[in-house]
Design a protein around this ligand. Structure first.
Ligand code: TRP
Length: 484
């Protein structure tokens, strides 16, 4: 490994350009969003090298993560007739993976999309996830002898629409924060985002009308405290944009009943609240589809447990487009590292409704410590691979999610060597978690003390949302044959 880095460093040094080599934590997933979050950059600063197989052999193309190629333009620019992504086995043969860094030693034709060079500093990561590289965009052609082409279809970011919602069930917990809010934070700089407190969804299971208002407000405060910026995204309260329910009814006319009864989420809730199986609970996924489609959302940062709902959403969009003509994109889930945050009990996922399973966003250091102390562990002397389920697995997932360095690796090694000390790990983890939550808690205090500012933000968000919602409904009603 060292050799490869050394090789690249030599090459960079020889070319006389400035660069930054950044070791990546082992736990970082290989996708671009995770890297953008890790580097704390925008998508427009992230670049990827994509290897394509063509009728003239393998070529490498450098593109900015916020752009999309026009494939016809691309074929023309590089003079090929056929073009497809290089397969796993092609890459294996070449001894590389997609990713900026391996390219420095790779003998293939190399092209750089013009948009990359419009940036100042750019970041790329080695396809193997071991390290990242930051250099000035203008230096890129120097190192790689790349040919500049102009093949971007359109910048997708700044245009691509994102929608996500969090149920109004009171204060957020760490699972909501890692699974949804962190994804929202990563997207708000570059995408056209709407983030919602879905209060109507919260009414599908037993709730208290006396406290619902507070719960709604509380989620908004957590959104703002966590860093959602009303200048960058639209914030809405679902019930205040009545088009959500209107569109959901219209979509329901297209969607069959039976699959809704079979959804695992419906079955779970039915089992959890056998005396409260109301029609709205069954209807939940249709309302969720309407939430996103109302804004023609394309990307949805939510946890992995929402995948069945995403499928219903895509089916609604597909069905509508088939019957009434192209109207809605088919939205996809935006995956984040925290898409599944396990429970502190060691069984299942972190959930508001499971006592002892979660850490609240407003938990202080002592509370976090106390909660982590209760996570069940083993003797720590068995060694071998880190378990995939149970309390120890939970600790390692959290460690990875709050990793800023290689402590995750260190503790993993300790585990494998049979000499892990859970007390130490838990104390370290508590500090890491609190470090991240403390500024959020401080900001929350500010917003609690300035309710007028929050009201203003909500008013502004609501106005912007209503405008888009009205436009979509006009189009939908016209297409469905309703007089408007
Ligand atoms: N079902 C989602 C959850 O429980 C909440 C939700 C409702 C939602 N509407 C949405 C999430 C639209 C994303 C987009 O997490």
């Amino acid at each position: 490994m060292k050799n490869k880095i050394q090789l690249i460093e030599d090459k960079l040094k020889k070319s006389g350009i400035k660069y930054n080599l950044i070791p990546l934590p082992e736990s970082l997933p290989l996708d671009i969003p995770s890297h953008v979050m890790f580097y704390k950059i925008t998508f427009s600063q992230a670049t990827a090298t994509i290897l394509y197989k063509t009728d003239k052999g393998i070529v490498a193309i450098q593109r900015r993560a916020d752009t999309k190629f026009n494939l016809e333009k691309l074929k023309q620019a590089i003079g090929v007739k056929q073009l497809e992504f290089a397969s796993e086995s092609d890459l294996r043969e070449l001894g590389t993976k997609n990713g900026l860094v391996p390219l420095f030693g790779l003998q293939v034709k190399y092209f750089i999309d013009k948009k990359v060079l419009e940036q100042g500093k750019i970041y790329g990561s080695s396809g193997d996830g071991l390290f990242g590289l930051a250099i000035q965009a203008k230096d890129l052609p120097k190192v790689n002898n790349g040919q500049i082409i102009d093949v971007t279809e359109r910048p997708i970011l700044g245009k691509k629409r994102v929608y996500s919602g969090v149920r109004a069930t009171g204060r957020l917990h760490l699972g909501n924060y890692l699974g949804a809010v962190k994804g929202m934070l990563a997207l708000q700089d570059d995408y056209d985002c709407t983030f919602s407190v879905v209060d109507l969804h919260a009414m599908t299971t037993p709730y208290d009308p006396k406290t619902l208002k507070d719960s709604i407000r509380s989620v908004i405060l957590d959104f703002l405290s966590a860093g959602l910026d009303p200048e960058k995204c639209r914030l809405e309260i679902q019930s205040q944009v009545p088009q959500h329910t209107e569109l959901s009814f219209l979509l329901a006319t297209l969607y069959p009943l039976a699959p809704l009864e079979d959804l695992p989420t419906f079955k779970d809730k039915k089992a959890q609240y056998p005396k409260n199986v109301n029609t709205a609970l069954l209807y939940y996924p249709i309302l969720m589809a309407a939430d996103v489609l109302l804004y023609k959302g394309e990307l949805v940062p939510v946890g992995i447990d929402q995948e069945p709902h995403m499928e219903v959403m895509r089916e609604c969009a597909r069905k509508f487009n088939q019957v009434y003509g192209d109207t809605f994109p088919e939205p996809y889930r935006f995956k984040t590292m925290g898409e599944y945050v396990p429970s502190l009990t060691g069984a299942g996922k972190m959930s508001k409704t499971v006592e002892g399973s979660f850490i609240n966003l407003n938990d202080d250091f002592e509370t976090i410590k106390r909660k982590l102390a209760k996570v069940p562990t083993d003797a720590g002397t068995t060694g071998g691979d880190v378990p995939k389920i149970g309390g120890v697995a939970t600790l390692f997932v959290l460690l990875a999610l709050f990793n800023r360095d290689d402590m995750h690796k260190k503790y993993k090694q300790d585990y494998m060597d049979g000499k892990i000390r859970y007390g130490e790990l838990k104390a370290f983890l508590s500090e890491r978690i609190y470090d991240e939550l403390k500024p959020i808690q401080e900001k929350r205090k500010y917003f609690e003390e300035h309710p007028k500012i929050v009201d203003e933000i909500l008013k502004m968000g609501n106005e912007k949302c209503l405008k888009i919602a009205e436009e979509t409904m006009k189009e939908v009603k016209e297409k469905m044959g309703l007089s408007i």
